[in-house]
Design a protein around this ligand. Structure first.
Ligand SMILES: *Cc1c(COP(=O)(O)O)cnc(C)c1O
Length: 479
């Protein structure tokens, strides 16, 4: 494909993408293919001679689309949203064209400098304390990670390095392995599975602490756990707090937890992967109160802020904690501007990094903060509408408050009945949802996901849930 052919093919692909997104409601949200379906649709080997662009484009519909789960369909209500918007897509085209690997400042100064600036724009939009902003000049700043899981690992490893250093200062004769063996990290029993995984990857204990009746981790529970571990000679060093848990969008109590962490010298990392986008709205910003006590904070613009995957925004108060944990300095990566600007390779696990701030820049400019707030508010209103429809049917109950865009609900019946209901709904394939469990109770999770979701989509979804329930347990008046 030469430049002339690219102009033509690129435009055809743009048309294909626009058609796909405009007509996405016509596609079944969840595919019906069986494992191994794809291998039969393509040759056993790569072609010896090149295929034509037309052949490749045609095969997208034949080979790929039958096996796509349409995350950006307004009938998709599983997990949490994944961001999508035209400004982000065109920004990613440009990022692909520049194709730089921005691991140091000199490896592409614009890549680093736009990221520093965008993380400040975004941090200001969330009204993060100045200590997290690069422009404040106190050693804090933001970085774009690929995912919230990586941000948790980076936070945990940095905390581990800091705690190890402190312990070795106190006990110079201890071996590194003995020091790490004493460390204890905490999260709540509602934390995302990536928290447990971060503990495994870092090789430290990760205790899941019990939450209160609102599925919120409280200061007293953390304090009790710390005291117990200290009495056994262990060294508590890290807390992963969650704002907007995956099972039910619950919020850990940051002001209480932060006070305990501060008193006990724990690193507090805040995972707000989904909920974080809402904090650009003043009415939701109180949910972030207490973040000033955190050492690191993370949320995913690629979930709910119209930025395509991957773009996970992480801020730290002391960038040096990351650099100290991850710094290695081979000669081929050195440059004469070191120290004047961040070399983001020290802030993350991989060396290479894409030009991800471009899509943040395009999205922030082309929606404006007012447009992004309107998007969040519209989704919250749609979730509340769904919650009202569910609540008005006496066969059902909404089990947790609808704070943002997630509705947790169930039939007032045994877990097995609710499991059967969800299976029926997903088998029918008109909408897609996933379950979760709160303590021993099986619930259905309804997340407002696609940016194009409208009231009529919510009504369609409720109609589907209602009709499948009627098939299973009979109409409301029979109960
Ligand atoms: C979605 C989610 C994650 C995982 O996000 P990735 O970016 O895919 O790693 C972590 N924590 C919470 C609370 C989430 O909602």
């Amino acid at each position: 494909m030469n430049a002339e052919e690219f102009r033509k093919a690129g435009k055809e692909m743009v048309d294909y993408v626009a058609d796909y997104l405009e007509n996405i409601r016509e596609r079944r949200v969840l595919p019906t293919v069986q494992p191994g379906y794809l291998r039969q649709l393509i040759p056993a080997q790569a072609p010896e001679e090149p295929d034509s662009w037309q052949q490749v484009l045609q095969d997208v519909e034949r080979v790929i689309m039958p096996g796509v789960t349409h995350w950006n369909s307004p009938q998709f209500h599983a997990y949490f949203p994944t961001g999508n918007s035209y400004p982000a897509i065109v920004a990613d085209m440009l990022s692909d064209a520049i194709g730089c690997i921005g691991f140091t400042w000199i490896a592409s100064p614009a890549c680093t400098e736009l990221e520093v600036a965008m993380m400040d724009w975004l941090g200001q939009a969330l009204r993060l304390p100045a200590a997290f902003l690069a422009s404040a000049g106190h050693g804090g700043g933001g970085v774009i990670q690929g995912t919230a899981s990586e941000a948790s690992v980076v936070g945990l490893l940095s905390a581990r390095a800091r705690a190890t250093r402190r312990l070795k200062q106190k006990h110079p004769d201890w071996l590194e392995s003995a020091v790490v063996g004493q460390l204890v990290a905490y999260c709540s029993d509602q934390a995302h599975s990536s928290a447990e995984r971060a503990g495994l990857l870092a090789g430290v204990r990760m205790r899941q602490l019990q939450t209160d009746n609102n599925f919120s981790l409280r200061g007293a529970a953390l304090r009790r756990a710390i005291e117990k571990d200290k009495s056994m000679g262990l060294v508590p060093f890290f807390l992963l707090a969650t704002l907007g848990t995956t099972p039910s969008c619950a919020f850990d109590c940051l002001p209480e937890l932060g006070a305990v962490c501060e008193a006990e010298g724990l690193w507090m990392h805040v995972d707000a992967a989904y909920a974080g986008s809402a904090f650009i709205c003043p009415e939701f910003r109180p949910l972030l109160d207490g973040v000033g006590l955190a050492d690191s904070f993370n949320f995913n613009p690629h979930k709910w802020m119209l930025v395509n995957f991957d773009c996970s925004a992480m801020w730290v108060k002391r960038a040096n904690d990351l650099v100290d944990a991850f710094n290695v300095d081979p000669l081929y990566l050195k440059h004469d501007k070191q120290g004047l600007v961040p070399d983001y390779r020290h802030w993350q696990i991989p060396l290479g990094r894409r030009f991800r701030s471009l899509k943040l820049w395009f999205v922030l400019r082309m929606f404006g903060l007012s447009g992004l707030r309107a998007h969040i508010r519209r989704h919250v209103a749609l979730a509340k509408l769904f919650g009202e429809l569910v609540g008005a049917d006496r066969r059902f109950e909404v089990v947790t408050p609808v704070t943002l865009g997630l509705v947790c609900f169930r039939l007032k019946a045994k877990n097995e009945v609710n499991e059967a209901l969800l299976k029926q709904i997903n088998d029918a394939g008109r909408i897609h949802m996933v379950p979760s469990k709160l303590r021993q109770t099986y619930i259905l999770r309804f997340a407002v996901c696609a940016s194009a979701t409208e009231e009529s989509d919510i009504e369609l979804a409720w109609g589907e849930v209602r009709d499948q329930a009627t098939r299973l347990v009979g109409p409301p008046d029979r109960l």
